[in-house]
Design a protein around this ligand. Structure first.
Ligand code: ADP
Ligand code: ZN
Ligand code: ZN
Length: 668
């Protein structure tokens, strides 16, 4: 007997081995020799003959029969991911395993597994469930999802606080009740949101094991959760994008919360979209998939508009007054900001605090200032390794590059001319925090961004303080915009929205609108009257007008019209070939050669190689080549042929460059 085995190497086909032990069936984890190393593999098929010379095939070293075989739909999912995103099957499958199972096991494997299987960290809690009375729109949404026993995609569209999560929970409850072994998968965009949601799931499903899966877990924890899912003990898996690959033998419903969120797209390796794979997974197991958002991606929105996804709407906030916050635009050309804060915003914060309410100030930039400048000679704090500025971090007096991690002590004097008067230009969270402290003596001010939350548990304790009312003003980045159900926040200030309005990326308006709705949605969740103040130099921009009405549909329909007219996604399909080299010319020349080698393919267009928007990172120059097609299958078959040639027969005479492919890129 022979086995075809996938391993984490960039070889297109599974590898053949001979079978000389028991238990070698499809789906089984195994240890196989690859070159001189032993690696973990997954058997994807067995057969009685091999196309290769049987005498030269090496045997599988060991079959991990302590672990049940992975299901055929898990194999189908990882295979689809590999093919769609143009990687080898093993490159998609093996990295999705928990770290403990990615390397050949040591001698104590059996006892480790035993311990992990008895890990009760996320087992049932056993208190009475808390089930609110759903409103009419929620009940209609649940009924529609509940009625789907085959694959069907739903878009649950509702502003933050409209009760989408309650719909997910009830829909999951119904599926779990209908089948004592049914399992549910719930994907969330951020690690920070998993504990909160986990707590809510625990309240709602006190009798069930709920397994979290995200990259912030310790190896043992993650393996224990993976096993609980795979062995059917966990009925619900809640996790970030990597959880889309969780083995769930009896999956009956998939939910993707905040489906538009950029974090569902993997940033390295196989650049999969967990949202898109969640849909594929629903197809493979023939189960409903619920995508939820207040600001769906335009891809999802166009599917819903075309009737391919069932549109479920929650038009109003579930709790308290049904009025959304009042949006006001502050024209910063007239109301000059002082230390980043325009006078009307400052006054509004003071008024909120005087009423004993909380304010939230959002600025999507961490650090104190994005750049340090010498006014005498024009020196700027460039990162030595990137085509970007190093930001000033006042808390530890450093310059830090947010792209490559380079850090250095802030120079006392200008490195070029010796001038001692160096200034931070522009605002970041630290500077706004400082300005708020100066403007509001006695107020309790907290900052949440990646720097303030490096310590383990720092983020959850900071959010805890806000929820407990121990904070008057919270300043922070994207981290404070998502998910949190703050009850006392009645005022949200948005700084620096303009950067996104003038971006080169055609998705920037979509992202800005979504951010505004997210962060604006933090206001008034306790039912009080609330305001969102946006500082901008373009107060008459139509995007703001739509935002002021919280009218996503109008915004999205208009964007889709523009995209259609300009032949941009989702009306065309894209892929990016990226190359990096020590010299920009080499990266560009490599791409030009790759393009020349591509030949013509009907319905597929290749553009000129160009430097990436951030053209140098960590010393490497980067360039990209956009590939576009009107139809997905044409793009897929072209990429397959082209990339196989590039791998096996790199263009002759072209400089060497490292390259990678991204299908459906989100940033161009
Ligand atoms: P979303 O996920 O859309 O932001 P949630 O499901 O988190 O909304 O609901 C927002 C708040 O309203 C939560 O505190 C939730 O418990 C509450 N809530 C949701 N549905 C109802 C309901 N039908 N009746 C009362 N409160 C509700
Ligand atoms: Zn100088
Ligand atoms: Zn850098």
């Amino acid at each position: 007997m022979y086995a075809q085995v996938i391993v984490d190497v960039p070889i297109a086909q599974p590898l053949d081995y001979s079978i000389e032990c028991d238990g070698a069936v499809a789906g089984r984890l195994c240890v196989v020799p690859v070159g001189r190393r032993e690696r973990i593999g997954v058997i994807v098929a067995t057969s009685t003959h091999s196309a290769l010379d049987p005498a030269r095939l090496r045997p599988i070293r060991r079959v991990l029969d302590e672990i049940d075989p992975l299901s055929t739909d898990w194999l189908a999912l990882t295979r689809f991911a590999a093919e769609y995103y143009q990687h080898a099957w093993g490159e998609a499958a093996i990295p999705s395993l928990p770290p403990t199972l990615r390397a050949p096991p040591g001698p104590r494997f059996a006892s480790t597994l035993k311990r992990l299987r008895s890990d009760a960290a996320f087992a049932a809690s056993g208190v009475a469930p808390v089930v609110p009375q759903l409103n009419e729109a929620q009940r209609a949404a649940v009924a529609a999802i509940d009625a789907a026993f085959a694959f069907r995609a739903f878009l649950l569209f509702g502003v933050t606080g409209s009760g989408k999560t309650e719909v997910y929970l009830e829909a999951i409850a119904r599926k779990l009740a209908a089948d004592p072994q049914a399992q549910a998968l719930l994907l969330v965009p951020e690690i920070n949101l998993t504990p909160q949601l986990q707590a809510r799931l625990r309240q709602r499903f006190p009798g069930e094991t709920i397994a979290p899966l995200h990259s912030g877990m310790a190896d043992g924890e993650r393996t224990a959760a993976w096993l609980a899912a795979h062995e059917g003990r966990a009925r619900i898996v809640v996790g970030t994008r990597l959880a889309v690959f969780a083995p769930l033998p009896r999956l009956r419903i998939v939910v993707v919360d905040e489906e538009h969120d950029a974090s569902f797209k993997a940033g390295d390796g196989v650049r999969y979209s967990a949202r898109d794979l969640a849909l594929k997974r629903g197809q493979l197991v023939d189960a409903p998939v619920v995508l939820g958002s207040a600001t769906p991606s335009l891809e999802t929105w166009s599917h819903a508009r075309a009737g391919r996804y069932a549109l479920l709407q929650l038009p109003e906030r579930a709790r308290g007054a049904a009025v959304p916050p009042a949006v006001e635009l502050i024209d910063t050309r007239l109301q000059r900001p002082v230390q980043g804060l325009a006078p009307p915003l400052r006054a509004a914060i003071e008024a909120a605090l005087a009423r004993g309410e909380q304010a939230l100030v959002f600025i999507n930039r961490r650090g104190y200032a994005p750049v340090v400048a010498c006014e005498a000679c024009g020196w700027l704090s460039n990162c030595p390794r990137c085509a970007a500025f190093a930001a000033f971090h006042k808390t530890d007096a450093t310059l830090r590059c947010h792209h490559c991690g380079w850090a250095s002590v802030v120079p006392r004097a200008c490195p070029t001319c010796g001038n001692q008067d160096l200034r931070g230009v522009g605002q970041g969270t630290q500077r706004i925090e400082e300005a708020l402290r100066a403007a509001l003596p006695g107020a309790r001010i907290a900052r949440i961004d990646r720097d303030s939350t490096r310590r383990k548990d720092a983020a959850s304790s900071a959010f805890g303080a806000v929820h407990a009312g121990e904070v008057d003003v919270l300043v922070g980045t994207q981290m404070i915009a998502k998910g949190h159900d703050f009850r006392r926040v009645t005022l949200v200030g948005v700084l620096n929205a303009d950067a996104q309005l003038v971006s080169h990326d055609f998705r920037a308006p979509e992202r800005l609108f979504s951010t505004l709705v997210q962060v604006g949605g933090r206001a008034g969740r306790g039912g009080q009257a609330s305001r969102v103040l946006v500082q901008t130099r373009f107060p008459s921009h139509p995007l703001f007008a739509a935002f002021a009405r919280f009218d996503f549909a109008a915004f999205a329909d208009r964007q889709l019209e523009e995209r259609r007219a300009a032949a941009m996604p989702p009306f065309v399909h894209q892929a990016l070939l990226r190359a990096e080299a020590r010299r920009l010319d080499d990266a560009l020349a490599f791409l030009a050669a790759a393009r020349a080698a591509a030949g013509d393919e009907a319905g597929v267009r290749l553009y000129d190689p160009v430097p990436m928007p951030l053209a140098r990172v960590a010393g490497m120059h980067r360039a990209q080549l956009l590939v576009e097609a009107d139809r997905r299958p044409a793009l897929q078959s072209f990429l397959k042929r082209w990339l196989q040639d590039l791998r096996e027969d790199p263009p002759k005479g072209a400089p060497r460059a490292r390259w990678q492919i991204e299908v459906d890129p989100q940033e161009i």
